[in-house]
Design a protein around this ligand. Sequence first.
Ligand SMILES: Cc1ncc(COP(=O)(O)O)c(C=O)c1O
Length: 361
Amino acid sequence: MTKRVYNFNPGPSTLPLDVLKKLQADLLNFENTGMSIMEISHRSPEYDKVHNDAIALTKELMGLDDSYKVLFVGGGASTQFAYIPMNFLHKGEVAAYVDTGTWSTKAIKEAQNFGEVHLAGSSKEDGYTYIPQPEEIQYPHDAAYLHITTNNTIKGTQYHFLPDTGKVPLIADMSSDILSHQIDFSKFSMIYAGAQKNLGPSGVTLIVMKKNILDTIEDGIPTMIDYRTHVTKNSLFNTAPTLPIYIVKLVLEWIKDQGGLSTIETINRAKKDIVYGMIDDYPDYFRAPVRKDSRSWMNLVFRLPSEELEQKLVEEAKLAGFIGLKGHRSVGGIRVSLYNAMTLEGAEKVVEFIMNFRKNN
Ligand SMILES: Cc1ncc(COP(=O)(O)O)c(C=O)c1O
C-alpha cells in the first residue's frame, strides 16, 4: 500500500483509513449498480438510502429525537454566516454573537449586513486567547438568537461549557469540533458544520435544526436560502452533493463502530493530554498562548522560542512524514490539529518527533 503520512492539516483534514478503503472498494460498482456513487441519480433508491442513513446516524450519534431535522447543503459553513440572519434576524430584532476570533468575526460581519448585532461577549482585547465565560456573556433576553463558535480552529480555543440561553435560541458553528466529544446537542436550536474536519470531505455542510425555530422564518427569502425549502424537501430540492454526503455517511458509521461519542471523546482526551502535557512540561521552550480553561482539543496551538525554529520544525516534520503543523498565517506558530480521524499513535509519534527536535535545537 502507498505510504500515508501523519496528516495534521486543519481542514480538509485526515480521514479514517477504513473509510478511504471502503470508498475505494465501492467506487467502481456501488451496491451492484455497475456505477460509482458519483454517477447515480440523487433520486435513485440506492442514493436515497445513503442520504437517509446519514441523517439517521447523525441524530443517533447526537442523541436527538424527531423534533430535530438534519440537512445537508452546499456552500460551506461560510454561507451559513449570511443564511442565519436572513432566516432568523427580523426587522426590529437584535441578534447576539460572541466574538472569539476569525470565524465568529466573519459571522458577525455578515449578520451586520442584515440587521442589528449585539456583541454578547468578546476576547478580542486579549488576542482571542480565551473563551468568554458564562458570566461574561450578556445579551438582551429577547434576542433573535445567540451565536457561538464552539471551536476556534485558528486561535485554538474551545467552549468547555454551554451557555444556558433559556428561551433565546442557541446557534453554533461547530465546524471544527462537531462529534468530537459528548455534549447535550438538544441545547441548540441550530448547529452547522462544514464537513471537512470531523465529518468527511469539503463540499457539504451539515445543519441540525430544531423544528420549532423554522416557525420564526418569514416569507420573501430566496428559495435556496430559506431553510424551510431544505427541510420540506429533505435536502433534495436540487442536486445534493452526493459524493461528500456518502463519505459523511461512512465517517458516521466509523464513529459508531468506534463506540460512539463516548469512545471518541476518550481517545480525543488522551490525544490532547499528550500534546498539552509536552507543552506544560517544558515551559521554557514551548509557549501556549491560550488560557488553560479554553484550550482546544482539536487545534492545539503553541510557539517555540523563535520563528526560525518554528519554520525549521515545520520543514523537518514534513520530511519525517508529519504534515500540516504550520499555524494559520494570521497567528503563526505551530498548530497540531487532532481531529477524530487522527489516531492516538499519530499524536504519540508527533510528540516524540517534537521532543527530539527540542533536544537537538
Ligand atoms: C470554525 C469554522 N467555521 C467556519 C469555517 C469556514 O468553513 P467553510 O470553508 O466550509 O466555509 C471554518 C473553516 O476552517 C472554521 O474552522
